[in-house]
Design a protein around this ligand. Structure first.
Ligand code: GLU
Length: 420
C-alpha cells in the first residue's frame, strides 16, 4: 500500500487496499471500476477576492469537489482553514462519498473550502467572503445538485449567509440547497450536536463489544470544536471522565476529570481551553497518549502518526475528525488490539441529520428533537452493528469492514446506472 504522497494519494491507496478482497477487476473485467470509483466527477477551483474593512484587497483560493453523484445529489461540508487545498478537498469529498454509503443515505459525496485564516477576519469580512463563495458557486449547488453543509470553522451562521446569497443570485427560495442552517432558517433540531453525538454513540457501542464500561472510564479529546464538544458532552452523560483535551491553541488536563459543560462555556468566553480553572497545561501530544480508555481525535487529518501510535493507551478510538490517523498508525493500532471506529462511520451523524434536514425542508414539515435523535441513533447503531458483524466474521478491522460494505454499495449503483 502507498504510504507516501499527498492526503488524496493516500486516501486512494487505502481505498484500493480495502477493495482488494472484493476483486473488482476479476469480477467485472474491463469495467475500469477502480478508476471510476476513485476519480472525482468534477473539481471546481475559484478565486475569491475580498475587500477588507481597511479597504485593501486579498485574494483566496477556494474549491468545491463533486466526487460522485451515483447515489444522489453531491453532499458535503465547507471548510474555511489555511490548510485547505484542492488535494485535501478531494480526499474529504472522497470520504463523503463513502460515508453516505456507509449510513445508507441517498447522497453522493462532495466537499469544499476556502484557503483562508478565517478566524483572523472581522465579522463583516467573514460575511462578505462567505457570500461571495455562495454567489460564485450559485449554479453548481442546489437541493437537487449539490448540498453544502458546515465543516471546520463553519456553522449555522455561515449556512444562513450562503443560503441568503444563493437566493439573491438564483432569485428563488430553496431551503434544501444547504444544510446545517439555524433553526428559524429551516435548520433541523439535533443538527448542531449530531456529529459529536454520533461519534460518542458509536464509541459506546464499540466499548460495550470490547467489554469496557463507560461509567467511570477516562477519555481524551483532541480538538474542541463542534464535534469534540458534543462528543464530550455525550460521553460525560454516560459517566466517563474527560481527563485531557486540546484545541488549536492549548492543551489541558486533570486526572480527576474536567467539567465539560463549564469547559464549553469557558471556551465560548475566552476562545480557548487554556487557563480553565482546575486544569493543568499539558503538551498537546500528551492528549493522544493520555492514560485513558477512550480517545476521540476531533481535529484535522494525520494527527495520529506511526511515531505516536505505539504510545497511544486508549482501548477504543472513535474518529470524530476525517482521516485523523495515517495508514501506518492504523496498522500499529490494529496489531495492538486497539478498536478504532472509523471516521466514515464515527462522524457520519452530521451528514445523517443533514439528510433529515433536507427531507424536512422538502416537506416543510419539521420533526421534534426526540424524533431526530431517535432516528439518528437507530441509523448509526444499525450501521455500526452491520459493520461489527462483518468485521467479526472476516476477522478484520471495523475500517476494513466499513469500506467493504461501502464499496459494494457504490459498485452496485455504478453498474446499475450503466456505463454510457
Ligand atoms: N462536514 C461534515 C462531514 O464531514 C458534514 C457534512 C454534511 O452534513 O453534509 O461529514
Amino acid at each position: 500500500m502507498q504510504l507516501e504522497g499527498t492526503v488524496f494519494d493516500r486516501a486512494k491507496a487505502l481505498f484500493l487496499h480495502y477493495a482488494e478482497p472484493l476483486q473488482l477487476d476479476a469480477k467485472y473485467p474491463g469495467m475500469a471500476l477502480p478508476q471510476r470509483l476513485t476519480i472525482p466527477d468534477k473539481s471546481i477551483t475559484v478565486r475569491l477576492t475580498l475587500q477588507k474593512d481597511n479597504g485593501t484587497v486579498e485574494v483566496f483560493d477556494a474549491y468545491r469537489v463533486q466526487f460522485n453523484d451515483d447515489l444522489g445529489p453531491y453532499k458535503g461540508g465547507l471548510r474555511f482553514h489555511p490548510q485547505v487545498s484542492l488535494d485535501e478537498v478531494k480526499a474529504l469529498a472522497f470520504w463523503m462519498y463513502l460515508k453516505t454509503a456507509v449510513v445508507s443515505i441517498p447522497f453522493g459525496g462532495a466537499k469544499g473550502g476556502i484557503a483562508v485564516d478565517y478566524k483572523a477576519l472581522s465579522l463583516a469580512e467573514k460575511e462578505r467572503l462567505t457570500k461571495k463563495f455562495a454567489i460564485v458557486l450559485a449554479n453548481d449547488i442546489g437541493a437537487d445538485t449539490d448540498i453544502p453543509a458546515p465543516d471546520v470553522n463553519t456553522g449555522p451562521r455561515e449556512m444562513a449567509w450562503m443560503s441568503h446569497a444563493w437566493r439573491m443570485a438564483r432569485g428563488k427560495y430553496e431551503r434544501a440547497m444547504i444544510t446545517g442552517k439555524p433553526l428559524d432558517n429551516g435548520g433541523s433540531l439535533g443538527r448542531t450536536e449530531a456529529t459529536g453525538y454520533g461519534c460518542a454513540i458509536t464509541l459506546l457501542e464499540a466499548a460495550r463489544d470490547k467489554g469496557v464500561d463507560p461509567n467511570g472510564a477516562r477519555y481524551a479529546v483532541q480538538g474542541f470544536g463542534n464535534a469534540g464538544q458534543y462528543a464530550a458532552l455525550e460521553m460525560s452523560r454516560h459517566g466517563s471522565r474527560l481527563i485531557a483535551v486540546c484545541d488549536s491553541r492549548a492543551a489541558i488536563g486533570n486526572p480527576e476529570g474536567l467539567d465539560v459543560e463549564a469547559l464549553i462555556r469557558h471556551k465560548e468566553q475566552t476562545g480557548c481551553v487554556a487557563d480553565f480553572p482546575g486544569s493543568k497545561p499539558i503538551d498537546p501530544p500528551e492528549v493522544l497518549t493520555a492514560d485513558c480508555e477512550f480517545l476521540i481525535p476531533a481535529a484535522l487529518e494525520d494527527a495520529i502518526t506511526k511515531e505516536i501510535s505505539p504510545d497511544v493507551k486508549a482501548k477504543v478510538i472513535s474518529e470524530a475528525a476525517n482521516g485523523p490517523m495515517t495508514q501506518e498508525a492504523m496498522e500499529i493500532l490494529f496489531k495492538k488490539g486497539t478498536v478504532v471506529v472509523p471516521d466514515i462511520l464515527a462522524n457520519a451523524g452530521g451528514v445523517t441529520v443533514s439528510y433529515f434536514e433536507w427531507v424536512q425542508n422538502r416537506q416543510e414539515y419539521y420533526w421534534t428533537h426526540e424524533v431526530v435523535m431517535e432516528r439518528l441513533t437507530k441509523r448509526l447503531v444499525d450501521s455500526y452493528r452491520r459493520i461489527y458483524e462483518r468485521a467479526q466474521a472476516e476477522k478484520t478491522s471495523l475500517r476494513q469492514a466499513a469500506y467493504e460494505g461501502a464499496i459494494e454499495r457504490v459498485v452496485r449503483i455504478a453498474l446499475e446506472r450503466g456505463t454510457q
